[in-house]
Design a protein around this ligand. Structure first.
Ligand SMILES: Cc1cc2nc3c(=O)[nH]c(=O)nc-3n(C[C@H](O)[C@H](O)[C@H](O)COP(=O)(O)OP(=O)(O)OC[C@H]3O[C@@H](n4cnc5c(N)ncnc54)[C@H](O)[C@@H]3O)c2cc1C
Length: 377
């Protein structure tokens, strides 16, 4: 974070102010109630927080990858909710950016930036998470339209999205090569939001089932060609991995900072616990992990900005940052003893929030498939 430019520092300052004023005071209550604070997130969207990954020509800030990393790390430091909502909106946008026509890009931007500011990326299904080729949602061509039928599950932002990027099969016999992406507006007939999940962590995000029952979309809502869906989805997830890593790094940094602060205040056996070498070494190990994770994310951003291949490094950064995040949060709880386990302190929440980072956007086993595939090819 020391190497940030003045402009990046200013952006992170804006984010910190918003998180301090609008999120922090209510965080414990929202987490307890599992509430998606729509009005607060909408205010963040009005300030353009959801659009910093959008190019300037489409009304966004068009920021470079390192600035985006810094922003996500700052958000993650305070809480994961806004960061994940924002990452998801951008996850839905990326297939359109990569494979869409100028008209589709404009349509998507008008729906999101002209709406409440949320979008969903609807890939996962009850029978197909890691195994994307097992997608059962079908899109059948009927004249100048497609009719989409199926169930998607675990869809972030799903209850509040202005638009969904839906991946469906246009040719079930072809497996992954038969998948196609579609822009689906939220108010199309046949769309309904099903069960809202009651989660262990990231409780101020919205995760729902999405039911598509004969949803008719014009053929010009198909992104790319039939069969391009898998490629577009994988390219999107590849790009998003260091951003997930950045949020996790911010969370881990916060857990470490809380542990350091507490260790200077808590006295046992006549001295602050930070004087015990066992805890000093634990905190040093936590620092090694956080700093390594940050450097790994930055390395991926460097590769991206130089237009070099980054698939392996992006998978490493996602894997590493998300695994050390849970470890660092757990160590922070240990350093804080019984108090660390209480809701009064932020570290138990970071610990609960952290686990999902090893599961979504490709589980860490899937990341290892990607990494081993790259080194063995
Ligand atoms: C809170 C939350 C939010 C989410 N948000 C979204 C979203 O917005 N959009 C979306 O599309 N999806 C979303 N997901 C879905 C998420 O991406 C999937 O849960 C994830 O990809 C794993 O799929 P699965 O749950 O079906 O697990 P499975 O694929 O069934 O995996 C179960 C276990 O088996 C392992 N495994 C599977 N295959 C292999 C293999 N070949 N080799 C080794 N191990 C393997 C996995 O790593 C995992 O440990 C979300 C999930 C959650 C919980």
């Amino acid at each position: 974070m020391r190497l940030l430019t003045e402009e990046q520092k200013e952006l992170c300052g804006l984010i910190s102010d918003f998180m301090e004023k609008e999120i922090k005071p209510n965080l414990r209550e929202w987490d307890h109630e599992s509430r998606f604070p729509e009005e607060v997130y909408c205010r963040a969207n009005e300030l353009g927080f959801n659009a910093f990954e959008f190019p300037e020509e489409y009304g966004g800030l068009g920021l470079d990858h390192k600035s985006i990393l810094a922003i996500y790390e700052t958000m993650g430091y305070y809480d994961t909710g806004l960061a994940l909502t924002t990452v998801t909106t951008n996850l839905a946008w990326k297939p359109v950016l990569f494979g869409g026509t100028p008209e589709q890009k404009q349509l998507f931007v008008d729906l999101v930036l002209g709406g409440k500011g949320f979008a969903s990326f609807a890939l996962t299904e009850p029978g197909g998470g890691s195994d994307v080729a097992a997608t059962r949602t079908k899109a059948v061509r009927e004249g100048d339209a497609y009719v989409i039928t199926g169930n998607k599950c675990f869809i972030t932002n799903g209850g509040f999205a202005d638009v969904y990027l839906v991946v469906a099969s246009t040719d079930p016999e072809k497996g992954a090569k038969g998948l196609t992406a579609f822009i689906v507006e939220k108010d199309r007939a046949g769309i309904s939001v099903g069960k809202e999940e009651d989660k262990c962590g990231i409780r101020i995000t919205n995760t729902v089932e999405l039911v598509l029952d004969g949803v008719r979309v014009p053929a010009d809502h198909r992104v790319g060609e039939e069969g391009d869906g898998f490629k577009l989805a994988m390219r999107t997830l590849d790009l998003s991995r260091p951003f997930i890593g950045a949020i996790a790094t911010g969370m881990a940094q916060r857990a470490l900072d809380e542990a350091i602060k507490y260790s200077k205040e808590r006295v046992t056996f006549g001295k602050p616990i930070c004087k015990f070498q066992a805890l000093q070494f634990k905190m040093a190990d936590m620092e090694i992990k956080v700093e390594t994770s940050r450097q790994m994310n930055l390395h991926v951003a460097d590769l991206m900005e130089r237009s070099l291949p980054y698939t392996k490094e992006a998978a490493i950064s996602k894997c590493y940052a998300t695994e050390i995040c849970t470890q660092v949060a757990e160590d922070a709880i240990q350093i804080m003893g019984g108090y660390g386990y209480m809701r009064e302190y932020p570290v138990e929440k970071i610990w609960r929030d952290s686990k999902i980072f090893q599961i979504f956007e490709g589980t860490n086993q899937v990341q290892r498939i990607v990494i081993s595939g790259q080194i063995l090819k």
